[in-house]
Design a protein around this ligand. Sequence first.
Ligand code: ATP
Ligand code: SKM
Ligand code: MG
Length: 174
Amino acid sequence: MSVALIGLPGSGKTTVGRQLARRLQLPFVDSDHEIEIRIGCSIREFFEREGEVRFRDIEEEVLDTLTQAPAKVVSTGGGSVLRAANRQHLRERGRVVYLKSTPEELFRRLRHDTNRPLLQVADPLLKLKNLFAERDPLYREVAHFVLETGRPSVSTLVNMIMMQLELSAHQNKG
Ligand SMILES: Nc1ncnc2c1ncn2[C@@H]1O[C@H](COP(=O)(O)OP(=O)(O)OP(=O)(O)O)[C@@H](O)[C@H]1O
Ligand SMILES: O=C(O)C1=C[C@@H](O)[C@@H](O)[C@H](O)C1
Ligand SMILES: [Mg+2]
């Protein structure tokens, strides 16, 4: 069964997803990366040229494909939960882990980053606070497990996810 990681930009979906895939011996796929292959340019460029709605259409198609067999670890784009179709595909077709981070923590991590289009604004911390307010309820709705990313290292987070997955596999059997 596939595992999808969801959360705000910078919450660690790609970093944690890669290590988790290694542990589970499953292929790792980053949906943003798949989208960039498909559009033939960076997401940032595409956002500027074609706008967000076109981007979300392509994201929906890519997620529909990635949530189907074969099993894999999927690190999703931060906005993947905005569309109901994506929420349904993610939740019903696999296990979903929400990497929950505070806006302040993300701001510290991403201050110097220029690749995340939504954060190229005058006040990125305010933007992160707004994104959190809008999306945290959606992430929680979709997730089977929620992990706070504040203190744990990446490898601790991976261990915690492994434990949750094993626990839920046992519960499903019993
Ligand atoms: N648990 C953690 N503790 C400390 N730093 C972390 C942790 N997880 C990720 N990071 C760091 O935060 C930054 C963002 O991580 P990453 O690129 O994996 O986030 P993401 O969720 O994939 O972001 P995006 O949605 O924009 O693709 C990276 O520099 C990464 O090394
Ligand atoms: O949070 C978002 O809406 C986004 C996050 C990135 O992962 C990309 O998917 C894109 O930049 C949009
Ligand atoms: Mg990523």
